[in-house]
Design a protein around this ligand. Structure first.
Ligand code: HEM
Length: 423
């Protein structure tokens, strides 16, 4: 049959219209739109739902370059948006809240100093020591619903696990951890915008963290907050405000991301029963190789962070052939870069055993995810334990009925209803 999309002889090929971004359909499946952008407008200027104009970078090579480009600042002071719009754009950090002086809003040399200090406290070794505790937390949460034969894995599992894990690492006493669960719930439901409930939750969290830091200073333990207080570099310490902002970003950066790693990861496994069976067989045989590559592939295939956090051009630059003016916001679309056929063989295929998998799900360059070792530990433990303890776990609704929470930065499921044989 004739190809109806082929241009008539002698006319220039028509470029199809740009897809609609940020609507309901896009939140459900953004990948066709990303494929279009990569091909037709790889560095694409768009108006975000907040009204801010920004560039979207969707090809792998451009994305990697942008993430490492020092001309792109993380500091919102470089945003050229007219003053009257400031504070209304939803760009985190435009409000001068004290907790906002954190790693994701600053550049070298401040970033270098703070990152070096926190790296002394938040080490891969500390995460490795935490392995048995993550297993206990995981088992405890599964115990809570294993007898019911059904559960919403977002609310009963993926949501509480990272909150309890990071609270324990920081040294938040058990009796206070449910407060964090409430505050985090408020933030995930309503996003980072300056609305009442969220602002109140951030304030309460800050007050709590500052008090906790005070208490720990007099009674240092071997938790992460004590580690942050103790960490020094050339005689320099974190100020109290810096320590509170650091604890806050560890909570904030490590929370919704991990919820969505577990939720999106399970969703991908449910949609690929053959791959899932392979993973379950390998877990049953006591192997861990496939589990390790699987978590990386789930991150590449449908990772929790769609767009890396904001960057702002400090001077004019060219990216992917596009001129970007000083003051323009640039958003690197990690989810699009990680499906780029120029970098990944069969990018739209889920291959849990994929070896050549240098995905950008954790970012790249100086802001590369500090919590990647903890995220991997939680992701592996959560998926392996669920699939081992509840082997016949399945979706309890039609996949089309699932609803996605499409924020600007994060994408994940609102609920994940499942059923299984009660244990
Ligand atoms: C930075 C992804 C879990 C702490 C980042 C960035 C990405 C990312 C893409 C870079 C953002 C940018 O360049 O704009 C993820 C994913 C996770 C995860 C996909 C889970 C699957 C965690 C956890 C923690 C954490 C568990 C801590 C407990 C951080 C911090 C930064 C960061 C502190 C800022 C680092 C810096 O600016 O130097 N993460 N993250 N993340 N992440 Fe994660």
């Amino acid at each position: 049959p004739a190809d109806e999309t082929a241009p008539a002889a002698g006319t220039a090929p028509a470029t199809p219209a740009a897809p609609t971004l940020f609507d309901w359909e896009f939140a459900t499946d953004p990948y066709p739109a990303y494929a279009w952008l990569r091909e037709h407008s790889p560095v694409h200027r768009t108006r975000l739902p907040s009204g801010v104009e920004a560039w979207l970078v969707t090809r792998y090579a451009d994305a990697k370059q942008a993430l490492a480009d020092q001309r792109l600042s993380k500091n919102p002071v470089h945003h050229a948006e007219p003053a009257h719009a400031k504070g209304k754009t939803g760009i985190p950090g435009e409000r001068k809240a004290e907790l906002m002086t954190h790693l994701l809003n600053i550049d070298p040399p401040d970033h270098t100093r703070l990152r070096r200090l926190v790296s002394k406290a938040f080490t891969p070794g500390r995460v490795a020591e935490f392995t048995p505790r993550v297993q206990e937390l995981t088992d405890h949460l599964i115990d809570g619903f294993a007898g019911k034969g059904e559960a919403d894995l977002i609310h009963e599992f993926a949501f509480p696990l990272p909150i309890y894990a990071i609270c324990e690492m920081l040294g938040v006493p058990r009796e206070d951890q449910d407060d964090f669960r409430d505050w985090a719930g408020m933030m995930i439901r309503h996003g980072g915008g300056p609305r009442g409930g969220v602002a109140r939750s951030v304030k309460q969290m800050r007050t709590y963290l500052v008090e906790l830091i005070h208490r720990k200073r007099d009674d240092l333990g071997d938790d992460l907050i004590s580690g942050l207080i103790r960490a020094s570099d050339h005689g320099e310490h974190l100020t109290e405000n810096e320590a509170a902002a650091m604890a806050f970003i560890l909570l904030f950066a490590g929370f919704e991301t991990t919820v969505n790693l577990i939720g999106n990861g399970l969703h991908s496994l449910f949609a690929h029963p053959g791959q899932r069976r392979r993973l379950q067989d390998s877990l049953a045989a006591g192997e861990s190789d496939l589990l390790a590559t699987a978590v990386e592939e789930l991150l590449r295939y449908d990772g929790p962070v769609e767009l890396a956090t904001w960057r702002f051009a400090t001077r004019p630059l060219t990216l992917g052939g596009q001129s970007i003016a000083a003051g323009d916001p640039v958003l690197v679309v990690l989810a699009a870069a990680d499906r780029d056929p120029a970098r990944f063989a069969e990018p739209d295929t889920l291959d849990l055993a994929r070896r050549d998998n240098q995905h950008l799900g954790y970012g790249h360059g100086i802001h590369y995810c500090l919590g990647a070792p903890l995220a991997r530990l939680e992701g592996r433990t959560a998926l392996a334990t669920l699939l081992t303890r509840l082997p016949d776990l399945e979706l309890a609704v039609d996949p089309d009925e699932l609803r996605w929470r499409g924020g600007l930065i994060m994408r994940g499921l609102r609920t994940l209803p499942v059923r299984f044989t009660p244990r």
